[in-house]
Structures are given as structure tokens and as C-alpha cells.
Write a protein that binds this ligand. Structure first.
Ligand SMILES: Cc1cc2nc3c(=O)[nH]c(=O)nc-3n(C[C@H](O)[C@H](O)[C@H](O)COP(=O)(O)OP(=O)(O)OC[C@H]3O[C@@H](n4cnc5c(N)ncnc54)[C@H](O)[C@@H]3O)c2cc1C
Length: 406
């Protein structure tokens, strides 16, 4: 392919990576990135708290796939072409070394998202990629006689042999209308990655208290996660909550974010196991007050609060604890229920679930099955991951594949 003209729509993570991939696979191609706003790579800049969580050290594809509420089956195929090791290698080859934190998140060693932006900008300049800002695409028109696309903006247009759409997610369904017009179905967008607001905020006196291994479940569903949680001024946050919000995103939107959250404060340990595992013989004869002798791994303040929630007074001693009270305590520890009413956007990282229906895109090529010479990359598709670098990984993978222009 000589001197083909490629237009990439969107100057975000996926758009830049796709443009660079085009030049890597087709050095002679003329590549133009059209960015609707006057800022490029704006999400990369703020991502990961300004450090850019580029990917996650899930080098095994099976493990990696556990982190995508939507798009797993599609990515299973796509990751065969480009996965975490390829991302790490891509950045490393260009002089940007990534480091892995204890929880698996990978960041540039510089701890600065600007290094990713500088790398992309430097590469784009060196490879003569044209960048047009404030160029918002309104319509795409395929001209069959010329076998070309006409990309139309507000009062301008540009022609291309091939188009890569990397326009990101849209919280509003109308944001995808120009893609519906070329024959694509859009899975309606819904928010993902949010925290839960409790109807009764009494637990919020503990705002700031976190604990490591808690199981949360949307009552009446299979949506559950185990991991750290953080009590906030409005309810509950933390990785286990965010993960649950992502996997249950569509269900929770349907119920208007009004549901019951079941909490096992002891994680995977159920009531019977806990009853059997605690050395009650040692605890119960204790003359100490229950609130002062905490046999759980929970933080003291949370333990005190849960004891009180069980209806046990602060003066009660272990030795005076009756069987019914012990059962109530065990029930609160392992099967606590809170009414959730509403959500709060998680400010660090949020994504939109929904987008281009994946059945209409070939995962091996990122190519549209509905329209000619049209490719997709990044969050514009119905793919989203939980926090931890998985969203960028999906962007790199789909963009790299799209840039092959197969
Ligand atoms: C605050 C925040 C922090 C995050 N941190 C992380 C993180 O650390 N790790 C991680 O993996 N994920 C993170 N994410 C998610 C991640 O940023 C996104 O998944 C990723 O940016 C998606 O890349 P994209 O290129 O597909 O879309 P975007 O980054 O949204 O880029 C799309 C671009 O297309 C442009 N565009 C849209 N429509 C048009 C049009 N019609 N014409 C022309 N241009 C158009 C937009 O202006 C935008 O610049 C974070 C998200 C947020 C909001």
C-alpha cells in the first residue's frame, strides 16, 4: 500500500497509538489525527492521578481477562496479537521504562503522565503524523465510486482511504449518532466505576476507615467482589466496590441505583467457618469488654461500630455474651445488609460502559463488518475494564491492531 491516506478520529490514547501503529506497519501512509477539542491526550494527562497507569502486570491473558466486565470475549482474541508484554516492550523500546507497584499497576518510572505524552508527541512528529485540533467530526460519508471516505466537520471536510475511529466513550447515546448513520449499532452507554451511597449514613461517622478483605454483593444477584473497601462520607468505596459497580453497571442502572448491598466484613470467611475457627473458648471466658478485645482483623473503630450494630452494649464483657447475642454479632460480621440509594462518581478513573456493538467488529483486525475501510480503537467500542491500567491496555491493544489496516 503506497501513499494511502488514513484519518484517525480522536486524539486520545487510542487515537495516538493507532496513528503510530499505522506508521509502523505502513511507513508510506499519510496519517492525520482529527481531534474535536483543542486538547490532545487530555485523559492521559490526568490518568492515574497524573502518573498514568499505563497497564497492569497481568502477563497471563487468562488473568488479564478477569478485569473486563464487557468485551472479554472480544479481547480474548485481540490479546493474542497484542497484550501486556507487548505494551511493556513497546514503551521500553522507545526509552520509557515501566515499573510495577505492589498491586500490579504499572506506571512510567518517571511517575509522570507527561512522559507518555512527550513520547507520543515526539514519535508523531518524527513520523510526520499530521495533527488537526478543534476538528470535530460530524458525519462520515462513503463515496462508492471513488472508494473513499469523506469526513465532514462543522464547515470543513477531508477525504481518506481508511478511517480509524478512536473517539472514546460518550455518556449520551446521541454522541454516537454519526456512527449509527454508517450502519453501526450502539450498546447504550451507562456509567461504570462508581461508589455506593447509603440511605442511612450512620456508618459514615467512620469515613476514612478502610479494611482489606471484604466481600460485597448486590443482593439478589451474582455480582460480588472481594477486596479492600473504604468507608466514605456517603457510603462505601474502594476496589471491591468499584469492581462490583463495573460488573453490575447495567443492572444497577436498571434499578435506578437503589438496591441492597450485602457485606461480609470478614471477606471469604462465612459465618459457620468463622464460628468454627475462632477460639471462643479463649475469647468467651475473657472478662474484657467485647469492644476492647477484637478477635477479627478489622480496624478497632469498625469493630466497635459493628458490635454496637449487633445490639451489644459497650459495657458488655465476653464472659457475659449470650448465645443469641453471639449469633447476632456473627450475622452482622458476615451478612450485614445496607440500603444503597444513588452513586458517586469515582474521581480517579471513570469510564463509560457501552459503545459500538462488538459483534459488528472483527477482533483480529478491529475492522468494521458494517462499513468498508473503517476501523475502531479504544473506548468507543463496548469494552471497559476495572481500575488498574486495564482500560489503557484495551486501548493499546485495539489501536495497535487497527493500525495494521488489515
Ligand atoms: C480521570 C481519569 C483517569 C483515568 N486513569 C486511567 C488510568 O490510570 N489507567 C487506565 O487504564 N485508564 C484510566 N482511565 C480510563 C482511560 O483514560 C480511558 O479508558 C482511555 O483514555 C480511553 O482512550 P480513548 O482514546 O479510547 O478515548 P479518549 O481518551 O476519551 O479519547 C477520545 C478523543 O476523541 C475526541 N473526539 C470525540 N469525538 C470526536 C469527534 N466527533 N471528532 C473528533 N474528535 C473526537 C475526544 O475529544 C478525545 O480527545 C482514566 C479515565 C479518567 C476519566
Amino acid at each position: 500500500m503506497i501513499n494511502i491516506k488514513v484519518v484517525v478520529i480522536g486524539g486520545g490514547a487510542a487515537g495516538f497509538f493507532a496513528a503510530l501503529s499505522v506508521k509502523q506497519h505502513h511507513a508510506d501512509a499519510h496519517v492525520t489525527i482529527l481531534e474535536g477539542s483543542n486538547k490532545i491526550l487530555s485523559k492521559v494527562k490526568v490518568s492515574g492521578g497524573g502518573r498514568c497507569n499505563v497497564t497492569h502486570s497481568a502477563f497471563n491473558i487468562k488473568d488479564l481477562l478477569h478485569h473486563y466486565p464487557r468485551g472479554g470475549a472480544y479481547l480474548k482474541k485481540a490479546f493474542r496479537t497484542f497484550a501486556v508484554n507487548d505494551t511493556v516492550g513497546w514503551f521500553m523500546e522507545r526509552g520509557l521504562v515501566l515499573k510495577t507497584e505492589a498491586d500490579g499497576r504499572m506506571f512510567p518510572v518517571t511517575d509522570d503522565s507527561q512522559s507518555v505524552i512527550d513520547l507520543f508527541m515526539g514519535e508523531a512528529k518524527q513520523k510526520d503524523i499530521e495533527l488537526l485540533k478543534s476538528w470535530k467530526v460530524k458525519e462520515l460519508k462513503w463515496i462508492e465510486d471513488l472508494r473513499l471516505w469523506e469526513v465532514r466537520g462543522e464547515d470543513n471536510s477531508i477525504r481518506a482511504d481508511k478511517i480509524i475511529v478512536a473517539a472514546g466513550g460518550s455518556p449520551k447515546s446521541e454522541g454516537f449518532d454519526w456512527l449509527r448513520q454508517v450502519g453501526h449499532t450502539v450498546v447504550p452507554p451507562v456509567p461504570s466505576l462508581f461508589t455506593f451511597n447509603f440511605a442511612d449514613s450512620s456508618i459514615c461517622v467512620l469515613a476514612g476507615v478502610s479494611t482489606q478483605q471484604v466481600k460485597v454483593r448486590v443482593q439478589g444477584t451474582q455480582h460480588e467482589s472481594i477486596g479492600p473497601v473504604l468507608i466514605t462520607h456517603w457510603g462505601l468505596s474502594g476496589p471491591a466496590v468499584l469492581r462490583t459497580s463495573a460488573f453490575a453497571a447495567r443492572h444497577l442502572q436498571e434499578v435506578g441505583y437503589a438496591f441492597h448491598l450485602q457485606i461480609n466484613w470478614l471477606g471469604d470467611v462465612d459465618e459457620e467457618t468463622w464460628r468454627a475457627s475462632v477460639d471462643w473458648g479463649a475469647v468467651v471466658p475473657s472478662r474484657k469488654k467485647i469492644i476492647n478485645e477484637n478477635p477479627t482483623p478489622l480496624p478497632t473503630r469498625l469493630w466497635e461500630w459493628l458490635v454496637e450494630r449487633s445490639g451489644i452494649t459497650s459495657e458488655k464483657r465476653w464472659i457475659d455474651l449470650g448465645k443469641k447475642e453471639r449469633n447476632r454479632l456473627l450475622n452482622v460480621l458476615t451478612n450485614d445488609v445496607y440500603e444503597v440509594q444513588g452513586k458517586t462518581t469515582f474521581k480517579e478513573e471513570f469510564v463509560t460502559a457501552g459503545g459500538i456493538d462488538l459483534t459488528e467488529v472483527d477482533p483480529m483486525t478491529s475492522k468494521s463488518k458494517q462499513a468498508p475501510e473503517l476501523y475502531f480503537a479504544g473506548e468507543v467500542m463496548d469494552i471497559d475494564g476495572v481500575t488498574g491500567g486495564f482500560n489503557f491496555q484495551a486501548a493499546w491493544t485495539t489501536a495497535w491492531i487497527a493500525g495494521q489496516l488489515k
